[in-house]
Design a protein around this ligand. Structure first.
Ligand code: F6R
Length: 586
């Protein structure tokens, strides 16, 4: 997944573009590039690396001109090389494009263009857009018809911005985000509001199947048939401006540290939506919950919480798997779709499948303007503010809080959220940096980590393993305690490192027994518990609380452990290798 940006206005474009790209780097960060137009000439610089690094090496921000485009890449087609980085110029050099998404029929289009004499420099699918647009522009002689002709030929999902040598900008949206930031005498075209939030909080969310042209200072929005479209300018919530690290060394640490506050905001201001969601759930014969990665782990928590407290049975399905079991899904059901970004292609695809069989969609989402929010019947905001660190941290605890809030609504007073206890418990654990950093140092060179939990702590164990993998690059696995003797015990020896999630609830004694079995095989044990035990080589204390606080509080030490192990290994915790924040490809 990538980020695209364009600027048209009174100011020099390149520095604004570079700034916007830095803000959107979470979307992809293996290479970066900028192209600008000045005196009817397109100039372009690009290279492999993060925005700051490439800018330092080749000064992207010194390109001249008041119109420009930029891109950060997360490779899908073609290796991470300078040549494959965007922007891509067409053969004539008279236009350049940046693209986010995938062109499914690029091979066929490329062959046809090669037959017409076009030469391709990169291995990307995106370069096809540049040359196809050039070919169509040369044939129809105006930008509007060239874009219409081009989008009719493209298959896949994409948002692209094209810059022409006469300074016109055009951009099209098809199942990838495209937002116009409207400033004073200026326009930004961007994958995310973060691309321009420092300059303007007025935005137009371009609808699917529409494109825009900016020429001579005027913006036109059209549909793919060429019909003019009117769209309102909306004001973006100011909280999106909160994208600075402040005094924190990394966004990940900042976001972990925000959790005593963010848990209060989950589902806030969406009382009606929660009420409506509870009614849908009560009146639906079948309820499915879906998500990817961390959001799927939250779905597993939701399944247990709804069953235990609200006595409601649900099925949790990983979004990328849903299409393979779609024939087993009952039509007219309810789908709870959980996603931080609301832009993951897998979840959007799952939602699409469910809507086709007449299911209602309740989304639990952080970005209320995302594609998922737009596709949903009911939107419940996690409201934890922008999460820039690629690994999900505060969004996970906000997802759990949102699920609790729905459960509270369903339970008519028999389930109560103790916000104060949860917040204080997180704060207490957050005081424990030194001990956790010390353990991270001891753990950083192991090759395998196992995380054990039972009951509701099993999804937390899976989530913990995911966090450890992403941030430390160490193989990690979440295991239900009882399954140990059915296989994983074979892996336990003095080289293994095992994290035992063991709060003092109904799972406590059984999990302690599992810890004993592991200890007997010589593995090192980190116990996360409110009860001290000699079995643990390292004990990370969590406060004694009610049972619904435990899943949230036990998540915090593992987030910190993963963060500090990344630091100890010199890995970048904000931007783990090979990953992107929103995975907009399936
Ligand atoms: C894990 C992580 C990913 C995301 C997944 C879903 O730390 O960040 O596994 O949870 O890609 O993303 P959203 O929630 O944006 O749909």
């Amino acid at each position: 997944m990538c980020s695209i940006i364009g600027y048209y206005g009174d100011e020099i474009a390149a520095p604004l573009i570079v700034k916007g790209l830095k803000r959107m780097e979470y979307r992809g960060y293996d290479s970066v590039g900028v192209a600008t137009e000045s005196n009817s000439q397109i100039q372009l610089k690009k290279g492999v690396g993060k925005v700051a690094e490439v800018n330092f090496n080749i000064q992207l921000d010194t390109l001249p001109g008041k119109v420009g485009i930029g891109h950060t890449r997360w490779a899908t087609h073609g290796k991470v090389t300078d040549v494959n980085a965007h922007p891509h110029s067409s053969n004539s050099g008279k236009l350049a494009i940046v693209h986010n998404g995938i062109i499914d029929n690029f091979e066929q289009l490329k062959k046809e263009l090669e037959r017409d004499g076009y030469v391709f420099k990169s291995e990307t699918d995106s370069e096809v857009i540049a040359n196809l647009l050039q070919k169509n522009y040369e044939s129809v002689k105006n930008v509007k018809n060239a874009i219409i002709k081009t989008v009719l030929e493209l298959k896949g999902h994409y948002a692209f911005v094209a810059m022409f040598e006469d300074g016109q900008l055009a951009a099209a949206k098809f199942h990838e985000p495209l937002i116009v930031g409207v400033g004073k005498n200026s326009y930004f075209l961007s994958s995310d509001v973060l691309g321009f939030i420092e300059q303007t909080d007025n935005a137009i969310y371009i609808e699917n199947g529409n494109f825009i042209i900016i020429d001579k200072g005027k913006l036109q929005i059209l549909d793919f048939n060429g019909k003019s479209i009117k769209q309102e300018i909306v004001q973006i919530s100011r909280e999106f401006a909160d994208v600075y690290k402040g005094d924190y060394a990394h966004f990940t640490l900042k976001e972990i540290s925000e959790q005593p506050d963010t848990i209060f905001k989950a589902g806030e201001n969406t009382k009606d939506a929660i009420n409506n969601a509870a009614n849908y759930i009560k009146n639906s014969n079948n309820i499915y919950i879906t998500g990817s990665g961390t959001s799927y782990n939250a779905a597993l928590i939701a399944k247990q919480v709804l069953a235990k407290y609200a006595k409601i049975k649900t099925d949790a399905i990983i979004s990328s798997e849903l299409r393979f079991s779609s024939d087993t899904i009952e039509p007219n059901s309810t789908l709870i779709a959980i996603s931080q970004s609301g832009e993951s292609a897998d979840i959007l695809n799952a939602v699409n499948i469910m809507k086709k069989i007449n299911c209602k969609v309740i989304s639990i989402v952080n970005s209320l303007t995302s594609s998922l929010a737009r596709e949903s019947d009911i939107i419940i905001g996690m409201n934890c503010g922008p999460e820039i660190g690629v690994a999900a941290t505060k969004s996970f605890t906000s997802q759990i809080m949102t699920i609790y809030k729905i459960t509270e609504e369903l339970c008519n007073g028999t389930f109560e959220i103790n916000y104060k206890e949860i917040s204080e418990s997180i704060s207490k654990i957050l005081e424990n940096h030194d001990q956790i950093r010390h353990i991270a140092r001891e753990m950083k060179d192991v090759s395998d980590i196992y995380v054990l939990g039972r009951g509701i702590h099993y999804p937390i164990a899976i989530e913990s393993a995911l966090k450890l993998k992403e941030l430390t690059y160490i193989h990690a696995e979440g295991i239900p305690g009882g399954e140990l003797k059915h296989g994983p015990l074979a892996l336990m020896d003095s080289n293994a490192f095992v994290i035992i999630i063991n709060p003092n609830d109904s799972t406590y004694s059984d999990t302690l027994m599992s810890a004993r079995e592991i200890r007997a095989r010589g593995a090192k044990i980190i116990g996360i518990s409110d009860e001290k035990s000699d079995i643990y080589d390292y004990w990370i204390e969590i406060p004694k609380t009610s049972e619904t606080t435990y899943p949230i509080s036990e998540t915090i030490p593992i987030q910190l452990l993963s963060y500090y192990a990344a630091i100890e290994k010199d890995a970048d915790p904000d931007y783990p290798r090979n990953l992107a924040k929103s995975v907009t490809v399936m």
